[in-house]
Design a binder for this molecule. Sequence first.
Ligand SMILES: *Cc1c(COP(=O)(O)O)cnc(C)c1O
Length: 397
Amino acid sequence: MLKDIIELDKKYYMNTFGDRLPVCFERGKGLKLYADNGDVYYDFLGGIAVNALGHSHPDFIDALKKQLDKLIHTSSLYYIENQAKLAQKLVENTCADKAFFCNSGAEANEAAFKLAKIYFYKKGEDRYEIISLDHSFHGRTLATVAATGQKHYQDPYRPLTPGFKQVAPNSFDALKSAVTDKTAAIMIELVQGESGVHPMDKEYAEKVRELCNEKGILLIVDEVQTGMGRLGKLFAHQLYGIEPDIFTCAKALGGGVPIGAMCAKADVASAFEPGDHGTTFGGNPLATAAGLAVFDIYEKENLVENSAEVGKYLKDKLLKTAEKYPEKIVEIRSMGLLIGIELKPEFAGPVFNRLFERKILTSLCKGVTIRIAPPLIITKEEADIFVNELDGVLAEL
Ligand SMILES: *Cc1c(COP(=O)(O)O)cnc(C)c1O
């Protein structure tokens, strides 16, 4: 019973998540999630951009079961076939030459910071500064909090890890004037997800790349949320037409099994030599079997193309909704299946709550933007469910 679960949670689990939404899911199938009381929800948030294959995808479950019967974990002391093969997938489908696996987005970003720093250390250059953007989100570890340009995530943990600073997003001048001869890397999200789906301009991204080339600075793109087909290309940097020196990825990579990856160009990657970095769990046989199955299913079902197609379909429909409710909707910001619907502040909370009452799962960013990041298996018919329910809610408010 939900009531008992809440009681247990309140008694034993640390209060980092406060009052959660009053539901506990027991199983899922595709976009549907089934609560323990039999209620059926539509998951348009996809576990925050994680469940790209939806829930209980049969081929995915098969692949995991096969791996479970064979081996879960060995150690990085030994060769791991799935790990090598998943690294190959990431490299063959991107501009990167090497990959490293870990267990989360924050950990992938930590690995990126370490690689950037050791790269200059081994070149004998005194560069250690990392510039990132205001309103960004890079994770919850100490270094990723120092890179996350949001005061409320940083303030309780001061003094922050030194060497990090943030500048206004999408402002090339701000970035350029923050660069010093100590700057090692610039880390950006091409679309800021957590703050409510804020895309960078293409021209800005191109100029950042040029600036990095000019000054010998490494460009790190955080693709933890935008990666794995979310925006309608496998990675956001491919959509923007720029090549990062390092990019990170996690959320959708394991289809729900925890895994992160840090990928880099050969000359940068070679700065990591034996002993310079490591992990116990990262890229273990089970996690990398999950990643391989994700790639397999993406290819078989053309899920990246589907993300672009249904994403465009949803955008067109939502733009019409915005025209219909100009006094309630401020703006639609979307690329592929990462979609933000910014509302007038007085409507945002109520819209989010009423969608939930109608069994539609979304997230509310900064109190004003409804964000959805549905599974990449979503059909146009399922997309219509969201559009219709949103319309229903807006009509009654
Ligand atoms: C979610 C997210 C992270 C952190 O990932 P965790 O797996 O929670 O550590 C980092 N960067 C971006 C852009 C994210 O969306």
